[in-house]
Design a protein around this ligand. Structure first.
Ligand code: SF4
Length: 324
């Protein structure tokens, strides 16, 4: 990346305590995020992909300080996010927004759409009076492709795609720089998914937004991402430009994920790689390379030594003893 990163995450860890026994003591930890490092340049979209439970959403929430990381560094616009408090944290909450997977659960059912979007404006003092709030809400609804009169309706009156547009309008209301899109289209029909992704792309161009786009499916992030980070059991195993990753996957896990993505050309064939076993329990992740219990090419050292994320070709990083 040439530009100074907008967001820089170094060795981020989040271990959730597991309590047990009658005294509810901490008996173990879930290693949800286990040493994630990544950078996102201004105006870039970094796709973050992996199976459910790989730590991608927890990474996003740690970046936003919605949950406190166990260790590691998060820098946003050159400022240490983990040390922020008071007014700085308030400003961060405006600069970084999140769009959730389930738009319905994330919208207050008791508020009208106008109330939901207007609330964001009020919290951050972005409108002087009710008239200005209303004008801004109307403008935001139009920006996301919804009719202004929808502001008087409640979330349950909308389809999933429309609700997601409302969530996007709420995020946009505070003029953020970075939006964490946490599986924003996973709960939507395929035809609606494309519409929402196209809208996000248009908004990025119009407002110069930066996205961290989380998904469990490589086909979803291919179109929208400049670069893609693949995660497995709390770690980034490969990171590259979207073009390079899809054309030349290097990590065996990425190869397996990609082999499940349909190719538009019916004549082209890709050999399907079916991984054996399930994702191991994150309370006791396998030693060495976390992927060694399912890796088709694992060697003896894989269960002992942790592979480091190494740059193999310019901008293409892989964490594998045999491919790095
Ligand atoms: Fe497979 Fe070993 Fe590479 Fe891990 S380090 S991906 S187990 S070959």
């Amino acid at each position: 990346m040439s530009a100074e990163p907008l967001l820089k995450v170094t060795d981020l860890k989040k271990h959730f305590p597991v309590r047990g026994g009658i005294l509810s003591r901490i008996v173990d930890h879930v290693h949800a995020v286990d040493g994630v490092s990544l950078e996102v340049a201004p105006g870039e979209t970094l796709g973050v992909v992996g199976e459910s439970g790989c730590g991608k959403s927890t990474t996003g929430r740690c970046i936003l300080r919605l949950i406190e990381p166990t260790s590691g560094e998060i820098w946003f616009q050159g400022k240490d996010v983990r040390k922020m408090g008071g007014e700085q944290l308030r400003a961060l909450r405006r600069d970084m927004q999140i769009i959730f997977q389930d738009p319905y659960a994330s919208l207050n059912p008791r508020l009208t759409v106008g109330g939901i979007i207007g609330e964001a404006l009020q919290i951050h003092n972005l409108a002087k009076n009710n008239k200005e709030i209303e004008e801004r809400v109307v403008g935001l609804l139009e920006t996301v492709g919804l009719r202004p009169e929808y502001m008087h309706r409640f979330p349950h009156e909308f389809s999933g795609g429309q609700r997601q547009r409302i969530g996007i309008a709420r995020a946009l209301a505070v003029e953020p720089k970075l939006i964490v899109c946490d599986e924003p289209v996973s709960a939507l029909d395929v035809s609606v998914q494309a519409q929402v992704i196209n809208l996000l792309e248009d908004l990025q161009e119009k407002f110069g937004l930066t996205y961290l786009f989380i998904a469990h499916d490589l086909s979803v992030v291919e179109h929208i991402s400049d670069r893609v980070a693949v995660m497995y059991l709390g770690r980034v195993v490969e990171i590259a430009t979207a073009k390079d990753l899809y054309a030349n996957p290097k990590h065996p896990y990425t190869e397996a994920l990609l082999s499940a993505v349909p190719i538009p050309d019916p004549k082209a064939k890709r050999k399907r790689i079916v991984l054996q076993g399930d994702v191991p329990n994150p309370i006791r992740p396998p030693p060495g390379c976390h992927f060694h219990t399912r890796c088709p090419i694992a060697e003896e050292r894989c269960s002992r030594d942790v592979p480091q994320l190494k740059q193999t070709t310019p901008g293409h990083w892989v964490s594998c003893h045999l491919r790095g």
